[in-house]
Design a protein around this ligand. Structure first.
Ligand code: BGC
Length: 748
């Protein structure tokens, strides 16, 4: 067939279009157009065919092959979870810039417990992606916070699968409402960075279903993402990108996923096994993969029908993309409007961990001693693919200045000089890596004493950064450094001696140790990494313009050793294993980690084993107080579902919002269960003093069930169940019981 008589994607059935493709075109369609990265060995090099198309959106993570004669355009894929990541400048284009909005990190968004807000952020990100010519946004990421040392925890939501799944579903809905695709990643069990391309995660079926897969299940069923990204790691001996059970049986047959699966960048090993398992697109795509696929087809080790099937998945999704409808993107998204959304979201997800003697909100436009390197150079987000090239970021100082606070002049003048001098001493930063942290500035005690006399309140910001390729350390990262401790002690002594208060702001992407020093300071505001509007959003909360309403979606334990996962973290090197591409390029070693902690992750472990924490899951304070009315159940007996309602009243003096958490404890039964598990949550609107709102939650059978690995079923036993309504996972305000008289068995 020639010219107009050729079938066209969108006009003719996909199978007719596929029938027109030559074998080498099929191979090109299932391997992306590659990635230019200096220093990559030959097996990581971009394919020979088609690379020029990837230049449409410079700095995007990847793109796909086009076959214009059949109406198949090239899709552009760009990161990521905190906003669109593309190059802000372009060669031969000095008139325009292509900056994107740096939204707050996912962990902050989850701490808002506000699904509508997360959907709104998703809409803003989706619109930005679309207006910059991106078809698929490589977000959200929802791996579980298994241990606080996970280098990419900031990109992920929570230690709890319900929170993770609901947040991810909201993000997917928001992004896709704009007509661009989302990519739910990294599927699955990529919970830390150590040897991430080679590590074999050994995990049991129950932990997989209840903890690691559950969030993905919710995100896929409720969010209906156009794409899923498989993870780098192996699971029980096989790369996730090569596992038919994960990619076909669970994802498609059991959960109804209808889009396409892509690998993580250079993920997995065996291109043939990946396609056969249902991993449709190999990203970013290499020349070597194309050679291997062509050879396999020739040797009849790969059936062409496998290519046809995965291409059908890819083309089905491509038809929904902006590029397919010829959308004329503006390269001019509403960055101003999105900055506003970023600021609102940032303030909503900050958590007031501690507030002794009403230290916050700050009373009036007072004089402040502003300490800590990070007050002057904030960490707005993490590094690597979770980073965003933003036009600017607002520092705490700028936020305070603009809000009319007066800042101790000497400190304001001397910190920037110290920071630049110390930064100049650091070795040059390699692209994509976490910048080294300069030592916390130490100040002589007499200087601090004088500043304490000259100002009203001390603010001390402690900052942390992390990102791809490395996990965090305990010394000087989870734990405070010696210099940070010294600063805290000296400032707290001086201010307390002068009868003044000390507020610590945690500008972090993951949990840090707080138990040993929290009593030395008055208030602790967990600001997370709040994105480009950091300074404004923090000051919104410090000043009381926004009443904090965030709660922890991840536990602040006393020590890393308290996390059951610490027993096996990060894993062991398998000495006998053969070197492979990753060992050469990334100095990765074949390694293994056993998830011996099974389902005992986060609060499930702490609350069941009664391990004291620094701040428990679900904790967060407000500038007002809330009372909880009676917990009402629609019935004392559970048949197919049940509704629980509770009325929350603002009994304090200022307007505020409350996060309401519903936990369920099951009767003793077939399987050992956590003391209680989060099964629903909600957030009130902004309630004025004395105002009330009733929140209702529908509980279904699956909310009572645990996964039985023997029968491969969700089972809910008979007996008396307890519903607890909490202001945190241990601050339970109301309790009710109901009976279940018939056991339930729910197939996967
Ligand atoms: C990351 C992914 C990311 C991809 C493309 C990988 O290194 O793990 O999350 O989407 O790069 O940038």
């Amino acid at each position: 067939m020639h010219g107009n008589s050729l079938p066209q994607l969108g006009k003719n059935p996909i199978r007719e279009v596929i029938a027109e493709l030559a074998v080498d075109e099929k191979v090109c369609l299932v391997t992306g157009l590659g990635m230019e990265m200096p220093g990559l060995p030959p097996s990581f090099q971009a394919p020979v065919v088609g690379t020029s198309e990837s230049a449409r959106v410079p700095g995007a993570a990847g793109s796909t092959y086009a076959v214009p004669r059949l109406g198949i355009p090239s899709m552009v894929l760009a990161d990521g979870p905190a906003g669109v990541r593309i190059s802000p400048q372009r060669k031969n284009d000095s008139n325009s810039s292509y900056y994107c909005t740096a939204f707050p990190i996912a962990t902050l968004l989850a701490s808002s417990w506000d699904i509508k807000l997360v959907e709104q952020v998703g809409r803003a990100m989706g619109l930005e992606a679309k207006e910059y010519g991106v078809d698929i946004l490589l977000a959200p990421a929802l791996n579980i916070h298994r241990i606080p040392l996970g280098g990419r925890n900031f990109e992920y939501y929570s230690e709890d699968p319900l929170v993770s799944g609901k947040m991810a579903a909201a993000m997917v809905k928001g992004v896709q409402s704009q007509g661009v695709g989302a990519s739910v990643k990294h599927y699955v069990a990529n919970n830390h960075e150590w040897n991430r391309n080679t590590i074999n995660v050994v995990a049991d079926q129950r932990a997989m279903r209840e903890i690691y897969l559950r969030g993905f299940e919710i995100a896929v069923k409720e969010g209906k993402p156009w794409t899923v990204m498989s993870s780098y790691n192996k699971l029980n001996g096989t790369y996730t990108s090569e596992r038919n059970d994960l990619l076909s049986e669970i994802l498609r047959d059991q959960w109804g996923f209808a889009g396409f699966v892509m690998t993580d960048w250079f993920g997995g090993r065996n291109a043939v096994a990946q396609l056969v398992a249902g991993n449709d697109l190999l990203m970013p795509g290499t020349a070597r993969q194309q050679e291997i696929l062509l050879e396999a087809l020739k040797d009849e080790k790969l059936d062409e029908s496998v290519l046809d099937k995965v291409i059908e998945n890819i083309l089905g999704t491509l038809q929904k993309c902006p590029v397919f409808s010829g959308y004329q993107y503006s390269d001019n998204p509403d960055l101003k409007g999105n900055a506003h959304i970023a600021r609102t979201a940032a303030a909503e997800g900050m958590v007031l961990l501690q507030n002794h003697h009403g230290a916050l909100p700050l009373a009036g436009k007072i004089r402040l001693g502003v300490f800590g390197n990070s007050s002057y150079e904030m960490v707005t987000g993490g590094t690597g693919s979770g980073d965003v090239n933003k036009a600017y970021s607002v520092s705490l100082l700028q936020g305070l200045d603009e809000a009319g606070f007066s800042i101790h002049g000497e400190l304001e003048k001397s910190y920037p000089g110290y920071i630049s001098a110390e930064t100049a001493k650091l070795p040059p930063r390699q692209p994509f890596t976490v910048p080294a942290r300069i030592p916390e500035r130490s100040l002589p005690d007499d200087e601090i004493n004088q500043i304490a006399l000259d100002t009203d309140v001390a603010l001390i910001t402690l900052g942390r950064n992390s990102g791809e390729f490395a996990d965090r350390e305990i010394t000087g990262d989870f734990d405070l450094s010696q210099a940070e401790r010294q600063l805290l002690v000296s400032v707290a002594d001086a201010y307390h001696r002068a009868g003044k208060k000390v507020v610590v702001i945690l500008n972090i992407g993951g949990v840090v140790e707080t138990a040993s020093w929290r009593d030395q300071v008055d208030a602790i505001l967990l600001a997370w990494q709040p994105g480009q509007e950091s300074g404004y959003a923090i000051v919104d909360v410090l000043s009381g313009n926004v009443n904090p309403s965030g709660k922890l979606a991840t536990t602040f334990a006393i020590s890393v050793d308290d996390y059951p996962s610490a027993q096996n973290f990060p894993g062991v090197v398998l000495e006998e294993a053969e070197p492979n591409d990753f060992t050469a390029v990334l100095a990765a070693k074949a390694a293994e980690v056993v998830y011996e902690d099974s389902i005992w992750v986060g609060y499930r472990a702490f609350n069941t084993r009664k391990v004291e924490t620094a701040f428990p899951f679900g904790h967060g304070l407000s500038y007002t107080r809330f009372s909880y009315g009676d917990l009402r159940l629609s019935s004392g007996e559970f048949i197919d579902e049940l509704t629980a309602s509770v009325t929350v009243t603002n009994t304090g003096k200022v307007a505020g919002r409350e996060v309401v958490q519903l936990y369920i404890s099951a009767p003793p039964g077939t399987l050992v269960k956590p003391a209680s598990e989060l099964r629903a949550f909600g957030k009130t609107r902004l309630l004025r003093p004395q105002e009330s709102q009733t929140l209702s939650f529908v509980i279904t059978t699956v909310d009572l069930a645990s996964f039985d690995p023997v029968d491969t079923m969700w089972i809910a036993d008979v007996g008396e169940y307890t519903i607890e309504i909490g202001a945190s996972s241990i601050d339970i305000r109301k309790t009710e019981h109901f009976q279940k008289t018939e056991a339930s068995r729910i197939p996967v």
